[in-house]
Write a protein that binds this ligand. Sequence first.
Ligand code: PLP
Length: 429
Amino acid sequence: MTRSEALFEQAKQTIPGGVNSPVRAFNGVGGSPLFIEKADGAYIYDADGKKYIDYVGSWGPMILGHNNPQIRQAVLEAVENGLSFGAPTELEVKMAEKVIEMVPSIEQVRMVSSGTEATMSAIRLARGFTNRDKILKFEGCYHGHADCLLVKAGSGALTLGQPSSPGIPEDFAKHTLTAVYNDLDSVRAIFNEHPEAISCIILEPVAGNMNCIPPVEGFLEGLRAICDEFGALMIIDEVMTGFRVSKSGAQGHYNVKPDLTTLGKVIGGGMPVGAFGGRKDVMQYIAPTGPVYQAGTLSGNPIAMTTGLAQMDALCQPGLYEELTAKTKRIAEGFKAAADKHGIPLSINQVGGMFGFFFTEDTNPITSFDQVTQCNMDHFRHFYHLMLDEGVYLAPSAYEAGFLSMAHGEEELELTLAAADKAFAALKA
Ligand code: PLP
């Protein structure tokens, strides 16, 4: 038994399923999860001392790679001043200014401590502001685990085969309407049925919780137009895509302007952080200026703000996103070339620093949730473990996107593609 396996057995005695977030349990790929001891640059190290090239990046935020020396130094200095004050700080002002500078649609922003808090709060605000109860989301999109958002969700919930969770009263769930991603007609039909009841559309601008599905041309613009027509707010959930797909997120990449944006892990640089922001008139509607209540003891925590600011400053280096995108493209296209070489049907998607690969014979671009669910999950599981054996750590679910970092250098890319070549060959055999 490896030390990771022993720790997993021990963890199961005291932690439900041995993990503090379900997708970590490896249910999507089988086997026992790696317990991680440390991470540095492009690598993570497990409890048995084995090192892996990491394509999870703490589920997105480690854009600069793990344990970045500048960020580490900034955090060490901040810790000298105390860990939490529960009172305003200059750091929060700097953070708000930085977010507003980077994401032009955001005029005011409120910090929270997770992506779930960000989306939950943005939806409460949208409901309060419009005085409407219903929300519209897309099947396969995940926006955290708030009650109204765990309806036909993606990611871990989908991996467990339970996209909607027990424990959410029908009286709550009935206000969440679900449309088909990349299908404007399905959205319009729902709005026609409830023309004055929908407070907002919330969406992932590149869906990253049903693998990696970019928006088809006209989809985001069409949603914007529908929101304007029916008086609903458009919430773009950039918890995953923010500062990853481009410096101004997916909204900058695709040139679409939401009313509200939710941000998460990336602005924390690895610390528990989230944020929501947008139009000033809407943001003024939250307490203490407005009637919609929202609060948090640890919101704007000084250590989290320091980490996030150091990361955001580093992300503003010229050329960073071009390089990140080029590396990610190389991995996605390299996987495809290796699969083709060995006669394994594979499709790929890639936007900025995120990518996805699909074991499918479908030769059309993968743009829908239905196509993702029809992929060959056995192939994915087998490939996953072959890559793990070769020292490459991918997300342990076919419904998750892959992430690169600036610390992935030539050597890591070469090693990964060589591993993929071997894995596809073994899969064919
Ligand atoms: N929104 C999106 C798009 C996400 O990918 C996630 C988490 O992966 C969340 C919201 C929830 O964030 P958190 O896990 O920090 O609560």
